[in-house]
Design a protein. Structure first.
Length: 199
């Protein structure tokens, strides 16, 4: 995961205003921890004057880090994972305690969201923004929407959500998202026939 540290460097190159909150999904915590380490590198070299508040988002069915963090605990918990969000089904403590420490050090917190909220965020990203992420990648967005609804965020805050992973990594969520779509579908044989006819 150490390569993920570069993400923080890319973010500060893209955004001229300081980042107030960075929402990131977590399974075992390694991804968020690496991003946190990247911001620490930037802080130690004076490339930024303050670290963003790191906001850890997890599904209810795999709440190893976010719930304890929100409760003020510095210790993760093991769970029996029940989430349907592939990629975040990590019930063991891997980098969780270190991730909690990094989030607390930044002034951030934990956010626990339902699978349904994650799948809704995934669909909204696809429909409203043209971003086709896997459910795990939409988890941070579900977290920021919930935090905003709960009045936990300043409307003027500069907020970044990490959205990672293509939706094609999770065919089941794609099928669920398009189940009620009215667009016509054709099978591969019909497509090949049309290509040959045109060619």
């Amino acid at each position: 995961m150490s390569g993920v540290r570069s993400l923080s460097h890319e973010l500060i190159e893209e955004f001229t205003d300081p980042i107030d909150h960075l929402f990131c999904m977590a399974g075992g915590g390694g991804f968020l921890l690496a991003v946190a380490q990247g911001f620490e590198q930037l802080l130690s070299t004076n490339r930024i004057s303050k670290r963003p508040r790191l906001e850890c988002v997890q599904p209810q069915g795999n709440n190893t880090i976010a719930g304890p963090l929100r409760a003020g605990s510095r210790i993760c918990q093991t769970v029996e994972s029940t989430t349907r969000v592939s990629g975040l089904q990590v019930p063991q403590i891997i980098d969780g305690n270190e991730t909690i420490a990094a989030c607390l050090n930044s002034g951030g917190s934990g956010h626990v969201v339902s699978d349904e909220a994650i799948f809704t965020a995934q669909a909204r990203l696809a429909i409203e923004e043209g971003i086709f992420s896997e459910p795990a990648g939409a988890t941070a967005v579900a977290g920021v929407l919930q935090a905003a609804e709960d009045g936990l965020l300043d409307p003027d805050a500069n907020i970044i959500c990490i959205i990672s992973g293509s939706g094609f990594k999770d065919p089941a969520s794609l099928e669920a998202m398009t189940r009620h779509a009215t667009c016509p579908l054709i099978d591969i044989a019909e497509l090949e026939h049309r290509v040959v006819s045109v060619g």
